[in-house]
Design a protein around this ligand. Sequence first.
Ligand SMILES: Nc1ncnc2c1ncn2[C@@H]1O[C@H](COP(=O)(O)OP(=O)(O)O)[C@@H](O)[C@H]1O
Ligand SMILES: [Mg+2]
Length: 228
Amino acid sequence: MKREIIIKLDNVWKTYRMGKNNYVHALKGMSLEVRKGEFIAIMGPSGSGKSSAVNMIGCLDIPTKGNIFLEKHNISHLHESDLAQIRGRKIGFIFQQFNLINTLTALENVKLPMIFQGLELEKREARARELLSNVGLGERINHRPSELSGGQQQRVAIARALANDPEVILADEPTGNLDSKTGSIMMEYLKKLHKEGKTIIMVTHDEKIAKTAERTEYLKDGTIVKSL
Ligand SMILES: Nc1ncnc2c1ncn2[C@@H]1O[C@H](COP(=O)(O)OP(=O)(O)O)[C@@H](O)[C@H]1O
Ligand SMILES: [Mg+2]
């Protein structure tokens, strides 16, 4: 039996305004359905709208036109405070640039998303320690990002993404700043999360990495042109 649809983009357009009379059409009618527990890859040339799509699925932004549903809930017209609520509970983000806070330790970085969910201090601490130990960083919890390798920083980012036990993991070129060996360790973690039942959407430039996913959607010029 097919599982339920967890993410749906229905004819989504995203236009950015640049200066006074200049507009960039990043998405031009993108439609996509993702089922619960699926692992999909999004590929496409630079500038084709991959990050725009992923950011809107992750409630970081809203479309100019069209609708996006997350668990049947239309998130296309929500205000920032509602988006932030949903994002915090349902989405785990992993970015190419890791996006860790440099002044905080690994442990503090992982604890941060839990603060906004109102989890008690002791539980936050215990969960953050456990998550870091699950990615093999139990000995590095008090290191700051600058004291960690790229691969270690990305593992902190994975632990942080999992802090609130999100249903959906969005990874925007998660191996883009890693060498191939460190990149494959990263992919092992994503595979494991997929096995555990998470829904994963991963943007990548690398055909080989995309093969880890069950399905690849090709974006070109703001629309899906192929699905394999
Ligand atoms: N915040 C923004 N403001 C203006 N233009 C943007 C913004 N974000 C993306 N763009 C433009 O939208 C297009 C798609 O960008 P993006 O979604 O980042 O593509 P990709 O991730 O596939 O490289 C590009 O032309 C990019 O320059
Ligand atoms: Mg991008």
